[in-house]
Design a protein around this ligand. Structure first.
Ligand SMILES: Nc1ncnc2c1ncn2[C@@H]1O[C@H](COP(=O)(O)OP(=O)(O)OP(=O)(O)O)[C@@H](O)[C@H]1O
Length: 676
C-alpha cells in the first residue's frame, strides 16, 4: 500500500481525519484527504480507503467498491478533551447542534448524550434545515462555518475522531500493527489515563463540594431534609439525625413518608408551606420550599425548627426592634403595704402562683390593688426581665381591641400604618400580659381570646402567618364573672380558662386594720417622708371617721384622701380635725348610724314621710312651705316627683279631701323605722 485515503463527504472532516491519521501513520504511508467534491482519481490498487462513516457509500463509492476498493468504515468518537466546555453549561440549556449532514448531526447528538451530556436540550441543524430556533448557544462538531446566524456563544467540540478500534484496523491492514501496536495502545492509554485523571479530578472536586455541602448542612441550627420529587431523601443534617434519633443510613435514600409519616405537607408539592408537627416529643415548625429545578433537580427542602427556638429568635428580633423602652421598674411584693391577715394569706398564695406559668384571674373591687398584685407576680416570676404589658378592656374602644392586641399587616385596613404594627400580645412575648377589666370584653372578642389562650399563637389582622406567642396571662375584673355568665355577658369556657389560679382581693372595708398603715404610707409619700404617722397630723375624731367610712373606691380612694389631707394640712399649718376631711368621708361620719330604710329611700323621702305622718296627711304646697320653713332644699316639683315615687312604692296614697296625700300602712312602718 502506498496511500491511506480518508474519504468524507465534507472537506473539513476529511482534512481533520487525515491529520489524525497522519499523526499516527504519516511516517510509514502517505495520507490524503478526499471529499465528494474531489475527483476520486486515486489508484485503488495501491490505496487503503477509510470511509468517514458507513452511510457515505453512494453510487460513486459503490462503483469503486465493485472494482475491488480496499476500504475500512471508520467509527468516530467525540474527543473528551473538547467536551469540557459543554459540561460547564447549566443544566437544561438549549443549544443548536450544527453539523454538515443530517445523519452526522443526529449521530453527534446521540454520542454527546451517550457521553453523559444528556441534560442539555439539542436542536439539530445542518445545511438544508429551514426552521431552527435562533439560540444563544451553538455547538458544532468542527463545522462553525455552517452556523446559519451569529450565535452569542459557539462551542466547537471539533471533528469527531476515528476511534481506537478503527485505527487498530488500519494499522493491521497496513501491516503496521507490530510496529505501532505499542505506540497506539500507549497513546490511547495515555488519553484514557488523561481522561481518567480528569474524571478523578472531577470526582475529587465533587467530593470536596459534597463535603462542603455536608459541613454547611451540619452547621445549620435547623434540621433539614432535601427530598426528591419521588419522595427520596437525598440530603439531611446532624440536627435532623439527632431530632429523629436516627443515623444517616436510616434517612438518606429513604422515602420521606416512611421517615416522617405524620408530615402532611409532604403531600403538597405545589407550594411553599408551613406546618406544625410533633416529632419525638418536640413540637416543630416545618417549612417546605419547593425547588423549581429541571428533571432530577426538582424537589422540596424541608426545614424543621423547634417552636421554642422560633419563639426565642422572634423574641430577640422583637426586643431589638421594640417600639418603646420596656419598663422594668414594676411593683414587687415588697411594695404591698398591709397588716391584715387576709392580705398575708393572699400574698403567700400569689408568690406560689408567681412560680408557675398558669393563667391567673384576680377579682376584686376597683382600687383594691389588682394591678399592683399582677405586677408583683410578674416581678417575682422567671419572666421578670421581660415585658409586663397591661391592656385595659374598659378603656379601649371595641373596634381597636383586635388590632391593638394582635397587630396588623401593612395596608390591612384604612388608617393602618403602612409598615404594619405589632400587637400587644407580640410586645408581651416572653413576659406577662395583664388583661385588666376582662369582664368588659365583648362576647365576640372573648371568643377570639379563648382561641388565642388555647392555641398560644396569634395571627395579625390581614396576615396569614400564625405567630407563636409565649406570654403569661393575668386577667383581672371588678365584676362578678359568675353573675355575668348567668346574665349571658361572659363566656363560661373563657372563665374556666382564666380562672386557673384565682385570687380575690379583699375590699378595704374588709380589712380596716390596714387603713392606718396605708394612710401613713401615702402621707409619707406625699410629704416626701416628712409625715410618717397620721396621729401627729390629724386628731382622733378624724381618724375614727376614716375607720368608719366604707371606702367604696378602696385603696385608690384612701390614697386620694391622703393627698387631699396633706394639701389641706400644709395650708392650715395645724393638726387637722374631722371638719377637714374630704366631704364624702365627712357626710358619712355625720350620719354614722343611718338606718337601712334611710339608706334606701334617701333623706328627702324620709323627711316627706315623717311630715305626712305627723300631719296625718297634707298637700304638696303645704309640704313645700314646711321645707322652706325648715330650710330643707326641696322645690315643689321635686316634692311632686318624690310623692309620685312614694306612690309607686305603695308608701302613700292620694285622697280627694284637703288632706291631699296620706301615708299607707307601709309608709307608716317606713317613717317610724327611720326614726329608730
Ligand atoms: N396594699 C397596697 N399597698 C400599697 N399601695 C397599694 C396597695 N393596694 C393598692 N395600692 C395602690 O392603690 C392604687 C390602686 O391599685 P391598683 O391600680 O392596683 O388597683 P386595681 O384593683 O387594679 O384598680 P382598678 O380595678 O380600678 O384598675 C395604686 O396606686 C396602687 O399602687
Amino acid at each position: 500500500m502506498e496511500r491511506l485515503i480518508v474519504l468524507s463527504p465534507g472537506k473539513t472532516t476529511a482534512i481533520n481525519l487525515a491529520i489524525q491519521c497522519r499523526n499516527i501513520f504519516g511516517k510509514y504511508i502517505k495520507v490524503e484527504p478526499y471529499c465528494f467534491s474531489d475527483d476520486l482519481d486515486f489508484d485503488i490498487s495501491s490505496s487503503l480507503v477509510v470511509l468517514s462513516s458507513p452511510s457515505i457509500i453512494n453510487d460513486r463509492i459503490q462503483v469503486l467498491i465493485d472494482k475491488g476498493l480496499d476500504y475500512i468504515i471508520g467509527r468516530r468518537v467525540i474527543h473528551h478533551k473538547h467536551i469540557q466546555e459543554l459540561l460547564d453549561l447549566p443544566r437544561a440549556s438549549e443549544v443548536l447542534l450544527v453539523n454538515d449532514r443530517e445523519e452526522t448531526t443526529y449521530q453527534a447528538i446521540a454520542q454527546l448524550k451517550a457521553l453523559g451530556v444528556n441534560y442539555i436540550k439539542y436542536y439539530p441543524y445542518y445545511p438544508g434545515v429551514d426552521s431552527y430556533p435562533k439560540l444563544d448557544i451553538a455547538v458544532t462538531v468542527g463545522e462553525p462555518r455552517l452556523l446559519p446566524y451569529e450565535a452569542k456563544k459557539i462551542i466547537d467540540i471539533g471533528t469527531r475522531q476515528l476511534d481506537i478500534t478503527t485505527l487498530a484496523d488500519i494499522a493491521k491492514r497496513l501491516g503496521l500493527i507490530e510496529v505501532l501496536g505499542d505506540n497506539l495502545s500507549s497513546h490511547y492509554l495515555n488519553e484514557i489515563i488523561g481522561l481518567l485523571n480528569q474524571i478523578n479530578d472531577d470526582a475529587k472536586e465533587m467530593k470536596i463540594i459534597g463535603n462542603r455541602l455536608n459541613t454547611v448542612a451540619n452547621c445549620l441550627p435547623k434540621a433539614i431534609l432535601y427530598v426528591r420529587n419521588n419522595g427520596n431523601i437525598i440530603v439531611s443534617n446532624k440536627v435532623m439525625y439527632d431530632l429523629l434519633g436516627a443515623g444517616e443510613k436510616d434517612i438518606i435514600g429513604k422515602n420521606i413518608k416512611d421517615v416522617l409519616p405524620n408530615l402532611s405537607i409532604s403531600d403538597d408539592k405545589d407550594n411553599d408551606k408551613d406546618e406544625i408537627v410533633s416529632i419525638g416529643g418536640n413540637t416543630l415548625f416545618v417549612t417546605s420550599n419547593v425547588i423549581e429545578g429541571r428533571d432530577s433537580e426538582d424537589g422540596i427542602i424541608y426545614t424543621f425548627e423547634k417552636s421554642e427556638e422560633i419563639e426565642k429568635n422572634e423574641h430577640i428580633i422583637r426586643r431589638l426592634t421594640t417600639r418603646k423602652a420596656i419598663r422594668t421598674d414594676h411593683y414587687t411584693f415588697k411594695d404591698i403595704i398591709y397588716e391584715a391577715n387576709s392580705m398575708e394569706e393572699l400574698i403567700k398564695r400569689a408568690k406560689i402562683f408567681a412560680n408557675t406559668d398558669s393563667t391567673i384571674l384576680i377579682q376584686g373591687e376597683n382600687g383594691t390593688g389588682k394591678e399592683l398584685f399582677a405586677q408583683a407576680i410578674h416581678s417575682a416570676s422567671k419572666r421578670a426581665s421581660e415585658p409586663f404589658v397591661p391592656v385595659n378592656f374598659a378603656a379601649m374602644p371595641t373596634n381597636l381591641i383586635e388590632s391593638e392586641l394582635f397587630g396588623y399587616e401593612g395596608g390591612s385596613f384604612t388608617g393602618a400604618i403602612r409598615s404594619g404594627k405589632r400587637g400587644l400580645f407580640e410586645e408581651a412575648h416572653g413576659g406577662t400580659i395583664f388583661l385588666d377589666e376582662i369582664g368588659d370584653a365583648s362576647l365576640d372578642f372573648q371568643c377570639t381570646l379563648l382561641r388565642v389562650i388555647q392555641e398560644r399563637q396569634i395571627r395579625r389582622i390581614g396576615g396569614t402567618k400564625e405567630i407563636p406567642i409565649n406570654v403569661r396571662i393575668i386577667a383581672a375584673t371588678n365584676k362578678d364573672l359568675v353573675r355575668e355568665i348567668n346574665k349571658g355577658n361572659f363566656r363560661s369556657d373563657l372563665y374556666y380558662r382564666l380562672n386557673v389560679l384565682p385570687l380575690r382581693m379583699p375590699s378595704l372595708r374588709e380589712r380596716k386594720s390596714d387603713i392606718l398603715i396605708l394612710s401613713n404610707h401615702f402621707l409619707s409619700m406625699y410629704s416626701k417622708g416628712k409625715i410618717t404617722d397620721i396621729n401627729q397630723f390629724i386628731n382622733k375624731d378624724a381618724i375614727k371617721a376614716l375607720y368608719d367610712y366604707d371606702w367604696p373606691g378602696n385603696i385608690r380612694q384612701l390614697e386620694n384622701a391622703m393627698e387631699y389631707l396633706y394639701i389641706i394640712g400644709s395650708e392650715e399649718g395645724m393638726k387637722l380635725n374631722i371638719t377637714h376631711l374630704p366631704e364624702y368621708v365627712l357626710n358619712n361620719s355625720i350620719n354614722p348610724n343611718k338606718s337601712l330604710i334611710q339608706e334606701v329611700l334617701g333623706d328627702e323621702m324620709i323627711w316627706i314621710l315623717n311630715k305626712l305622718m305627723n300631719s296625718n296627711g297634707c298637700g304638696r304646697r303645704h309640704l313645700s312651705e314646711l321645707a322652706e320653713k325648715e330650710n330643707i332644699k326641696l322645690t315643689e316639683s321635686q316634692i311632686r316627683s318624690l310623692l309620685n315615687t312614694a306612690k309607686s312604692l305603695g308608701l302613700v296614697t292620694s285622697t280627694a279631701g284637703r288632706n291631699g296625700t296620706v301615708l299607707t300602712e307601709k309608709g307608716h312602718i317606713a317613717a317610724s323605722s327611720s326614726n329608730n
